[in-house]
Each structure stands twice: as C-alpha cells, then as structure tokens.
Design a protein around this ligand. Structure first.
Ligand SMILES: [Zn+2]
Length: 141
C-alpha cells in the first residue's frame, strides 16, 4: 500500500478504500485527512463519498448506482430550488411589511378625520392584503 499520490496515469491511489471507510464512519485520522489534501485521487474520492453519503443507505451496500444517482440528482435539484426561492420569499416579506406600513399610515391619517371611514379603509385594506398573507402563510417552511 503506497501513501504517495499517483500522477493520474495509474488506476488511482491505494488509499481510496480507507477514504471511503473514513467518509462512511465520519472518523478521519489526521494523517489520512492530510493525505486527502495532497492526493488528487483521494480528494476526488472523498468528495464523491461525502456527496453520496447523504443519499446512500448508511450501512447498506452500494448496489444500485442508478438509484443513488437519481437520489443525488433529486437532492441537488431540491437544494437549487430552495436557494432560488430564498430571494423571492424575502421580497414577499418585504412587500408585506411595506404594505402593512402604508396601511398603518393611511388608517392613522384617516382616523384623525373620521373614525368610521378609517374602519372602512382598514377593512378594505385587510381584504386586499389577505390573499398575500395567506400565500406567505402556506409558503412558509
Ligand atoms: Zn491518495
């Protein structure tokens, strides 16, 4: 068993099985951790093993590569969708906050002239804001 990284012309590093075992167990001996930093084959094996760790059965054999690939692809797509939704949800929350502020100012200003009209304006604004608030409520995590 060699501890030296390969130059890429061979079949890979002899320590790759140790890297897979360490990734499965989560226990990384310091020497092996340093080796994966220096050896491109083991660094790639570590990256792949850690990516698959989230989608593979924890102790089961890796027999169905197609199933693993499909689960990994699904996970990558779900994470990308979650990242894409964050700014949209932030914009929705800011819009709701701005609407609430404008409604407060409008009702307060109207209250000084006629409390009855202020109640009517408040009810109208509540009806207008209800669909947006309901959408945010159902879209929350
Ligand atoms: Zn290596």
């Amino acid at each position: 068993m060699t501890a030296e990284p390969t130059d890429g012309s061979g079949p890979g590093c002899d320590r790759e099985p140790e890297v897979v075992d360490a990734s499965r167990s989560g226990h990384w001996p310091a020497e092996l951790d340093r080796h994966t930093g220096d050896c491109p084959d083991c660094a790639e094996t570590r990256w792949i093993a850690e990516a698959l760790r989230g989608v593979a059965p924890p102790d089961g054999p890796l027999t169905d590569a197609g199933g693993l690939w499909a689960r990994l692809d699904l996970r990558v797509r779900r994470e990308a969708a979650e990242r894409a939704e964050r700014p949209v949800m932030l914009a929705h929350r800011l819009a709701l906050a701005a609407l609430t502020g404008c409604a407060w100012v409008t009702v307060s200003w109207t209250w000084q002239n006629s409390p009855v009209v202020a109640w009517v304006v408040a009810a109208g604004l509540a009806v207008l804001a209800a669909p947006g608030a309901a959408a945010l409520w159902f879209a929350r995590d």
